[in-house]
Ligand binder design. Structure first.
Ligand SMILES: [Zn+2]
Length: 416
């Protein structure tokens, strides 16, 4: 038995239908549709669109699936945060492990092969145990997905305790400078800690729209001055959505020049969730993309006090990017897959020869159809091996396949 698998009859992102040959966990080559060599394993992907696997760039596994026990609060976002803070002692490590495992299972079944989760680190040993539980899960599931753990020290945590949490198994350092009495000093401290720990940094910034505070602009300035040489990501950045075009252009230019990445979170309620109309939205993603900022998007909260919804599905996040961010399907899907992987420091995945064979095959004929209808029929490959397969039956009084009207894109003859 060789280490070669042929995916037959797959529709590639550009609309061509081809056989894709996988070897040693990567894409070996692409061939015209035909019968694979005898002795080679084959998977029939007729009717499936083959995509780079999604990556979930921003999640809170420690809070996921707590909506039912914690509930929300009629007092808006602040109340929801209070509900959560009042509860964590109810959750032991067994409960965390069960919820995190269920969430990762759902993400994997939907196609995700890499996840970045933030874990809040407060005083006491509970948060350290949370990091340890997630580290164990990372080891248990390493054949199914990459799990990146971001330790998020609270501003009142000492440098030593923050570094201890990082050393307990987190691979990145995070932070919430807005919770400090001096957010700028806290950002400087987090940069210093990341430098000392040789860790990449992923900060929660400007998630609460207030145009008087622009932490992402401060971070861009600090990065240019300090020469911090590791990867930096700014998650949220919703305040950018409040800026008028000239001011926005200036800040976006500074972000691009600093080299940091931005992770937008389109499903997160920004600002006061009772306010009508909403007093802010996700970051203005188009402006960031146009300026060449590296951009990803994530799901953030999944069925917890801050967000009772969420399907653990990158296609749902991409769909939100199309509706709230006015992005094209290709841009939206890149933000939850190839760009997210690059920002997470992972090797490129996709259907090009030489790429890692982390792939999502979804029953659709075009990317627009896949994003907008999020079909249940999916086959997920991680390093060339099938890790999940879902097929749905649809007994229906109306015969025929459900069609979205988003058919296969026309490909010029020369490109076939
Ligand atoms: Zn977050």
């Amino acid at each position: 038995m060789t280490d070669t698998t042929t995916l037959t009859g797959a529709t590639l992102p550009d609309g061509r239908v081809r056989n894709v040959v996988l070897r040693h966990g990567g894409i070996s080559h692409i061939r015209p549709v035909g019968i694979p060599d005898p002795g080679q394993a084959a998977i029939d992907l007729t009717g499936y669109l083959l995509l780079p696997a999604p990556a979930e760039a921003h999640l809170h596994l420690d809070r996921a699936l707590t909506w039912e026990p914690v509930g929300s609060d009629p007092d808006g976002r602040d109340g929801a945060v209070r509900s959560w803070r009042a509860q964590p002692t109810r959750y032991g490590t067994a409960d965390l492990r069960r919820r995190a495992h269920r969430t990762l299972q759902a993400l994997s079944a939907n196609g995700v092969t890499a996840v970045r989760t933030h874990v809040d680190i407060g005083p006491g040993g509970a948060s350290l145990r949370a990091v340890e539980v997630l580290r164990e899960l990372r080891e248990d599931l390493h054949r199914v997905l990459d799990l990146q753990i971001v330790a998020v020290p609270s501003p009142d945590l000492s440098d030593r305790a923050a570094l201890e949490a990082f050393a307990a198994g987190a691979g990145l350092l995070g932070g919430r400078p807005h919770r400090a009495s001096d957010p700028r000093a806290e950002t400087r401290r987090l940069l210093r800690l990341a430098d000392r720990a040789e860790a990449d940094l992923d900060l929660h910034l400007d998630h609460r729209p207030d145009s008087r505070v622009l932490a992402v602009a401060d971070l861009a300035r600090l990065l240019r001055k300090s020469g911090f040489g590791r990867q930096v990501a700014a998650s949220h950045c919703a305040t950018l959505g409040l800026l008028r075009p000239p001011a926005l252009a200036k800040v976006v230019e500074a972000i691009a020049a600093s080299g940091m990445a931005v992770i937008g979170l389109p499903s997160t309620p920004h600002g006061d969730i009772r306010a009508l109309p909403p007093c802010g939205g996700p970051a203005p993603l188009h402006a960031l993309l146009d300026a060449g900022v590296r951009l990803a998007a994530g799901g953030d909260h999944l069925r917890d006090a801050l967000h009772p919804m969420g399907r653990a599905d990158a296609l749902a996040t991409a769909s939100l990017l199309m509706t709230t961010g006015q992005m094209a399907a290709e841009q939206a899907y890149a933000a939850v897959s190839t760009s997210a992987r690059a920002i997470m420091g992972l090797p490129a995945a996709g259907t090009e020869p030489g790429a890692v064979a982390d792939l999502l095959a979804v029953r659709a004929s075009s990317l627009a159809e896949a994003v907008l209808s999020a079909p249940a029929d999916r086959i997920v490959l991680r390093r060339g091996r099938v890790v999940s397969r879902t097929s749905a039956r649809r007994p229906a009084a109306v015969p025929g396949r459900y069609a979205t009207g988003y058919g296969r894109r026309r490909v010029p003859a020369g490109a076939r």
